[in-house]
Design a protein around this ligand. Structure first.
Ligand code: GAL
Length: 828
């Protein structure tokens, strides 16, 4: 007995110490702030989604985020990627969530884990697996036992994985917050009383998982306690949590916007983004997250929408390939540094405000040790001159000045001193022309004439119900017998299809009669084409193509996909129209295309199908064709892209790995773009778009880790619409030109990233004007030769930093009192 007692004691002590390990971090909150180990904090966070990059990119992305002044990395968890089939899990490669969180931890950053598991995120089906929808009696995001059971199962799985690796802050790990559900408050009213019951259940389920750090719910006013509600949007300065004891938190500050096929390229200025952040902290914010900090790429078929492009660049501070998106990254970095220096007064200080009228306000945060101030001008057009504590400040319209000591402006959101980097494709090494082989999608004729389907059904089916979304493609095939006496016969007959297919291709009696694609968000449309029918049996084959499943809205999971009908033959006889409804006929369905089912893109299958690839008569505009070529990977470490201009629509693989859907033939509409973007006034996703009338996406990211440095690489294309691969090229992306428009009394840093600055194209100190690429000297200039000074300090170097001052560039005549600026353009 004694022995036993003696043995148990050390074990008991070990248990105690492991729970209160010295490393464990206590995260809590009060009405003012998120508190970490008893200290109120200002936390700057950014979203990076691990599967939208490759695991070898993670350390660099995270380090750049840290260098940009971030404390925290936020990510969603992608259910359908991790549980592709029920109870079969995948956490390998780029889905290695534990490794991603550990990479954040080793960079010394915190992490916010947004488990969802509904995530929206422009991700296929909002992150829900399609098998879930196809379970009996299933209803998403409401009080439904099957749904709740699956949601709880996955959430618990993720929480346990994190716990096993001690990744919660309470265990000494980096995860300081976790999220359950996503923006349910936006749709809750559509679910009636069950919606409220569901969100209460979400809260208690999450709470029962006992993670030791707070749970958040975004866009969830009156979130059930102890969940913390948070704000999402372009601005959250006006946001007030409905619970008075919740701190003011912003989980998604949209740094730009996503892009649709046929849509324009969104652009949000650095000035406006910085303004939104400064306003948020001026008005009492504690936690702010950039959505996205790095958007990345929708590899494979993960793009949702429908119609979200393969690039998920988002105009984020780090671009799709992981390069700094300047000036956004640098302009925000400066702001972060200042905000952190003001952390104590912002989170502990007394707050007073001074209203100067016309939407100009100063906010003073004071503690015994230090005061920090903001002066904001929310007016969208009028600049303001204010006298504050005995000094004059010029606060441009729609801007915030930051005065860390309340005595001197250290930063204004509208005065950007960071360089603008213009990325370009590297033309130094002009890539060789590729030698293509090709083959047809080999049994197309067999499918469309002989109906060799996978299943037969009376009537039309919903696409995702039968494909489980295993493929973008579903054939709908039927026969119709028309004898001579059929009343439908006329000279003018057509096939009419009511469709929700994102793309519809139609064949009658083995002949292609045409296609229709969704445009301008009209997902529900009518296709009608003239047809030649025969007496006897006529064969109809409709190929329905999906371009990503819907990811947002109440009951989005049950929205129609594919061809829901009716499908009719129509005969027009003068005034009379005779219709023959085929919707209730017997239909044969074939899931996917043969080439996909036989993995023609796979490196392993290459040998088996070798003979069937032809080098002869490379077709330039042939539908449903496969193309393949070998290429050498561009040397070096710069990101690689492939230019797919000339192609139609399809999917592309590099060494067997899908880099996504492509559709360069889809141009964005001609109007709605601007040359100049005025940062002033509210941003919206349509403001400041560019690239009108151009291919929605011409360049596709080829992650370095998909490539073999030595030996050959293979690109495989499945071309659905018809296109010409002869201009396909691999290139690298580098910084080509760097410009800056820095203000006097500031420093300007110029950098070509990892290449030396090669020449100065323009430099003038005084009142120069124009845009990068067309700068012009103004009416006054510093006495010293600015171009010479910049050349001396910068050319041949990787980067250089200069003071923007009359001392350096010479005093100016005739400039008057106007603030002076240095405009400079250098080549890389
Ligand atoms: C939010 C959503 C995010 C993302 C964003 C738009 O409503 O929570 O997941 O979809 O919109 O990019």
């Amino acid at each position: 007995m004694k022995m036993k007692q003696f043995n148990l004691l050390p074990l008991f002590l070990i248990l105690i110490t492991s729970f209160s390990s010295a490393n464990s971090t206590i995260v809590s909150h009060d009405e003012r702030a998120i508190t970490i180990d008893g200290q109120r904090r200002i936390l700057i966070s950014g979203s990076i989604h691990y599967p939208r990059s490759t695991s070898d990119m993670w350390p660099d992305l995270i380090n750049k985020a840290k260098d940009g002044g971030l404390d925290t990395i936020e990510t969603y968890v992608f259910w359908n990627a991790h549980e592709p089939a029920r109870r079969q899990y995948d956490f390998s490669g780029n889905l290695d969530l534990v490794r991603f969180i550990k990479t954040i931890q080793s960079a010394g950053l915190y992490s916010v884990l947004r488990i969802g598991p509904y995530v929206c995120a422009e991700w296929n089906y909002g992150g829900f697996p399609v098998w879930l929808h196809n379970m009996p009696d299933m209803k998403f995001r409401t009080i439904n036992p099957s749904f709740m059971n699956e949601m709880q199962n996955f959430t618990t799985k993720i929480v346990n994985m994190m716990k096993e690796e001690s990744l919660f802050a309470s265990q000494g790990g980096p995860i300081i917050l976790a999220q359950i559900e996503n923006e349910y408050g936006n749709v809750i009213s559509s679910y009636g009383a069950e919606g409220k019951a569901y969100i209460d259940w979400c809260a208690s389920m999450a709470n029962s998982l006992d993670i030791g750090v707070p749970w958040i719910m975004c866009q969830q006013p009156h979130a059930p306690q102890p969940m913390i509600e948070t704000c999402n949007g372009f601005y959250c300065d006006q946001y007030k949590p409905s619970n008075p004891s919740s701190p003011k938190m912003w989980t998604e500050n949209w740094t730009g916007w996503f892009k649709n096929w046929g849509g324009k390229h969104p652009y949000r200025t650095a000035e406006d983004l910085a303004y939104s952040v400064a306003r948020f902290f001026q008005t009492g914010g504690t936690f702010q997250n950039y959505y996205m900090y790095h958007g990345g790429t929708n590899f494979g078929r993960v793009a949702g929408g429908p119609y979200i492009t393969t690039s998920y660049d988002y105009d984020a501070p780090l671009n799709e390939y992981g390069n700094l998106n300047q000036p956004k990254w640098g302009h925000l970095k400066q702001l972060h540094t200042l905000l952190k220096s003001m952390e104590k007064p912002l989170t502990y200080g007394n707050i007073s405000t001074i209203d100067f009228g016309n939407s100009v306000t100063a906010t003073v945060y004071t503690t015994n040790e230090k005061s920090s101030c903001f002066i904001s001008n929310v007016n969208a057009t009028a600049d303001a001159l204010v006298n504050f504590k005995g000094k004059d400040y010029n606060v441009p319209a729609w801007s915030v000045s930051v005065l860390p000591d309340c005595d001197k402006e250290a930063y204004n959101t509208a005065r950007v001193n960071t360089q603008t980097s213009i990325m370009t494709e590297d033309s130094c090494a002009e890539p060789k022309k590729l030698k293509w082989t090709w083959r047809p999608e080999f049994t197309t004729q067999k499918t469309i004439l002989k109906r060799s389907g996978d299943l037969i059904s009376k009537g039309l089916v919903d696409q995702k119900d039968v494909t489980n979304d295993a493929s973008d493609y579903l054939w709908y095939m039927t026969r119709v017998h028309l004898d001579k006496k059929d009343p439908i016969w006329s000279r003018n007959m057509s096939l009419r299809v009511h469709s929700n297919a994102h793309v519809l291709h139609a064949y009658v009696n083995g002949k292609y009669i045409g296609n229709q694609i969704v445009r301008d968000n009209k997902f529900d449309y009518r296709f009608e084409k003239k047809v030649n029918l025969v007496h006897g049996t006529n064969r109809l084959a409709l190929l329905s193509v999906s371009v990503g499943l819907q990811n947002y809205g109440p009951f989005f999971e049950s929205g129609p996909t594919g061809i829901n009908g009716p499908v009719k033959l129509v005969g027009y006889k003068g005034e009379e129209t005779i219709e023959k409804d085929l919707s209730k006929h017997q239909w044969d369905y074939k899931i996917g295309l043969h080439g996909f089912n036989h993995k023609l893109f796979s490196i392993k299958s290459a040998g088996r199908h070798q003979l069937k690839w032809s080098t002869d008569k490379l077709p330039a505009d042939r539908m449903l064709s496969w193309y393949k070529a070998n290429f050498e990977a561009p040397l070096g470490k710069d990101p690689v892209i492939v230019d797919l201009n000339g192609l139609g629509k399809g999917e592309v693989w590099i060494n067997g790995q899908s880099i996504g859907r492509y559709w360069p033939s889809f141009n964005s509409s001609d109007d709605g773009c601007t040359d100049e973007c005025d940062y002033r006034g509210e941003y919206g996703s349509d403001k400041c778009a560019f690239m009108c009338g151009k291919p929605t996406q011409r360049w596709y990211h080829v992650p370095r880790s998909f490539l073999n440095d030595k030996g050959h690489n293979t690109i495989t294309l499945f071309e659905e619409m018809g296109g010409d691969p002869s201009n396909v090229k691999f290139k690298t992306v580098v910084t080509g030109t760097v410009c800056a428009k820095a203000h006097e009394h500031n420093e300007v840093e110029l950098s070509c990233d990892n290449r030396p600055i090669s020449a100065v194209k323009f430099a003038s100190f005084g009142n120069p004007s124009g845009r990068c690429g067309s700068f012009a000297a103004g009416t006054c200039e510093g006495a010293n030769d600015a171009a010479k000074i910049v050349a001396k300090e910068c050319v041949g170097k990787l980067n250089c930093t200069m003071n923007v001052s009359s001392h350096k560039f010479g005093s100016t005549l005739d400039c008057g009192d106007a603030p002076k600026r240095l405009f400079v353009e250098v080549e890389c």
